[in-house]
Design a binder for this molecule. Structure first.
Ligand code: SF4
Length: 246
């Protein structure tokens, strides 16, 4: 059955989820979709939280990690540490491009800076993500976006159809703030990404054009593509986050 056409009462579910704990939303998703539920993780700043919640509800959930070829070495260390700690079922989808050859081909002279972030994300991040979703063909997808991370995320619903990936996108953490995140991480003794304590509150690829430390009072996402008019890399764009309704 077409996952997007699945008969779910989204207005009622979204109204209910507004006052639900994220753990309950994750448990509902695991019961509703079972092995057809996947999650994505960047293994970034606070990624351990949703990985912990998801594996509590569905221990063997497939975790999609996108390897752009430009991740921080610390991200790989963090992924390995979490994989061991939570016994994660990680599916790494890699860019098809050689990282150095792609820079040369794209006319990017400085490996520490991207002149054209949209072209680089399209080739090295969005393509492997679309391939992953096509291969794994989930009915639903858990992701860790939060409303207070960026203006683009303020009106995201908890569950919405993604025509782009032919599944439902579920965002259990939407209403959580740093305080609740911290409380959960502390209670379960979960590790932050090694760069978190250096001011990196949202962590993607290593060029300075793509990830930089955040100053006090800034949105957590403001350290991403800070010189460009870009807040989303594109993999999270679903109906509510993209006016083009990808
Ligand atoms: S975040 Fe930066 S380095 Fe990573 S794929 Fe996008 S433009 Fe390329």
């Amino acid at each position: 059955m077409d996952a997007v056409a699945e008969q779910l009462d989204l207005p009622t579910l979204n109204a209910m989820f507004e006052s639900s704990d994220p753990q309950k939303i994750v448990a509902w998703a695991a019961a509703q979709f079972g092995d057809d539920l996947v999650m994505t993780s960047s293994f970034g700043a606070e990624s351990a939280l949703l990985l912990h919640m998801a594996t509590q509800a569905l221990p063997a959930i497939r975790v999609i990690m996108i390897d752009t070829g430009y991740l921080f070495p610390e991200t790989w260390q963090h992924m390995e540490a979490l994989r061991r700690r939570l016994d994660l079922n990680v599916w790494v989808y890699r860019t098809r491009n050689d990282p150095i050859a792609w820079l040369r081909h794209a006319g990017e002279e400085n490996p520490a800076w991207r002149k054209d972030v949209d072209a680089c994300c399209a080739a090295n991040k969005i393509e492997p993500m679309e391939r992953a979703m096509k291969d794994l063909a989930p009915r639903a997808w858990l992701r860790g976006i939060r409303r207070n991370q960026a203006e683009t995320r303020r009106s995201a619903p908890f569950i919405e159809p993604s025509r782009r990936y032919n599944c439902h996108a579920i965002s259990p953490l939407l209403n959580w703030t740093g305080r609740e995140i911290y409380g959960y991480m502390k209670k379960h003794e979960l590790p932050y990404h090694p760069l978190y304590e250096k001011g990196y509150l949202s962590i993607g690829c290593n060029p300075l054009s793509c990830t930089r430390p955040v100053q006090a009072g800034e949105d957590p996402r403001s350290g991403r593509w800070s010189e460009a008019d870009k807040v989303e890399c594109g993999i999270n764009l679903t109906n509510s986050l993209d006016s083009a309704n990808l």
